[in-house]
Ligand binder design. Structure first.
Ligand SMILES: Nc1ncnc2c1ncn2[C@@H]1O[C@H](COP(=O)(O)OP(=O)(O)OP(=O)(O)O)[C@@H](O)[C@H]1O
Ligand SMILES: [Mg+2]
Length: 355
């Protein structure tokens, strides 16, 4: 297992995934790539690592840019309507060219936006010109390999709910056009809200034009090697893994906090109780009816027993799976039709509840 440093923090393994992405970007764009997985498994960190290190640093050695990359994270912009959707893509600049680029490859990742002159921006804003047609025109002119990465796509759900279904569909059609139809650019879309993904997956056109890649928590070997470096004994590592599974973010929290507890076990039990309380409070606040609670308890007991919940009649459970996935207690994998706990701590919480 390799431990790297990324942005001043430890970055554990992900060798296979890094290779996968490097490889993927070397091929002709054919489909949209959906990267999905439970909350906080490291989807954003991984893709940002690949861009910054595998792509940009690798290229700098050759001096000439080989990639044109746009990274748009909807968590960093509030997107509720067409106008702020535009602002998440475009930045208005005074310029004679319709679109302008600094000419250099973007090294900073926070500039997902594409620079556009005021005149064209106005036309697009007033819907006299179609945003996506313009973007395709612009992209056609760029010689480098093009990669567009969209993070937190589920935040566009608001647009969808605000009656702008068309905009989202148009956007997805644009992604299909860039990949399958014209092979102009790679499009990678990241999300942890898979109920949204389920809607995509049930749309046969999008399903055919998409690839799906699950990024799950780290596995036991990674956690063992990592914690051995931190001088934990094997029995302590087993205990930690039993409570936290392969969640890098939970392990990092443990490393910061456990010293302040009388023992490692007490820290872990305290965390499990917090997870249990979180579930109880959620159920109370949402005033879930008995039927929903019963279904949730059944799902939780299946997860405790088998590690996951599966039902042929998913439609009978989708309401409760959706609710608990939205608050990231459960994780629904629509590609494999499996529901798990969002992380191992919730399984411990289910056990405390006696599910
Ligand atoms: N391979 C790793 N090694 C060490 N820490 C990691 C690793 N992957 C992620 N982390 C840490 O876990 C935390 C969550 O990562 P990140 O935000 O990338 O997850 P995510 O899957 O994008 O989450 P979300 O579902 O909220 O979008 C970060 O603090 C990050 O530093
Ligand atoms: Mg993320």
């Amino acid at each position: 297992m390799i431990t790297r440093e990324f942005r001043g923090d430890e970055f554990i393994n992900r060798e296979k995934e890094i290779e996968f992405f490097k490889n993927y970007f070397n091929h002709l764009p054919q489909r949209i790539l959906w990267v999905y997985g439970p909350k906080s498994t490291g989807k954003t960190t991984l893709i940002e690592y690949v861009i910054e290190n595998a792509l940009i640093k690798g290229i700098k050695a050759f001096k000439k840019p080989q990639y044109w990359i746009k990274y748009i994270n909807f968590r960093r912009t509030l997107v509720t309507d067409y106008d702020n959707f535009l602002y998440s893509f475009l930045k208005e600049v005074e310029n004679n060219d319709d679109f302008s680029d600094s000419g250099e490859l973007d090294v900073e990742l926070n500039l997902g936006v594409i620079r556009i002159n005021s005149r064209l921006f106005k036309q697009i804003k007033e819907k006299k010109t179609n945003l996506f047609d313009e973007l395709i025109k612009k992209l056609r002119k760029i010689k480098e390999k093009k990669i567009i990465i969209i993070d937190e796509i589920q935040l566009l759900e608001d647009i969808y709910l605000n009656g702008n279904k068309l905009l989202l569909n148009e956007f997805l059609n644009f992604c299909v056009a860039l990949t399958k139809e014209t092979h102009i650019a790679h499009v990678v879309i990241l999300t942890s809200n898979t109920i949204f993904l389920e809607q995509i997956y049930s749309n046969s056109r999008l399903k055919e034009t998409s690839n799906f890649r699950l990024i799950d928590h780290l596995d036991f070997d990674d956690i063992r090697d990592w914690l051995r470096q931190k001088k934990f004994t094997d029995s302590e590592i087993d205990l930690i893994y039993d409570f936290l599974g392969g969640s890098a973010t939970r392990i990092k929290k443990l490393l910061e906090e456990y010293k302040y507890y009388p023992s490692l076990r007490e820290y872990l039990e305290h965390e499990a109780i917090r997870a249990k309380n979180e579930i109880e409070i959620y159920i109370a606040q949402e005033k879930l009816n008995d039927n929903l609670i019963e279904k949730f308890e059944f799902i939780a007991s299946e997860i405790v027993k088998k590690g996951y919940f599966y039902s042929k009649k998913l439609k009978d459970y989708i309401d409760v799976v959706s609710l608990f996935s939205k608050v990231e207690i459960l994780f629904f994998d629509p590609i494999n039709n499996k529901t798990t706990a969002s992380n191992r701590l919730y399984v411990k919480a289910f056990q405390i509840e006696g599910y």
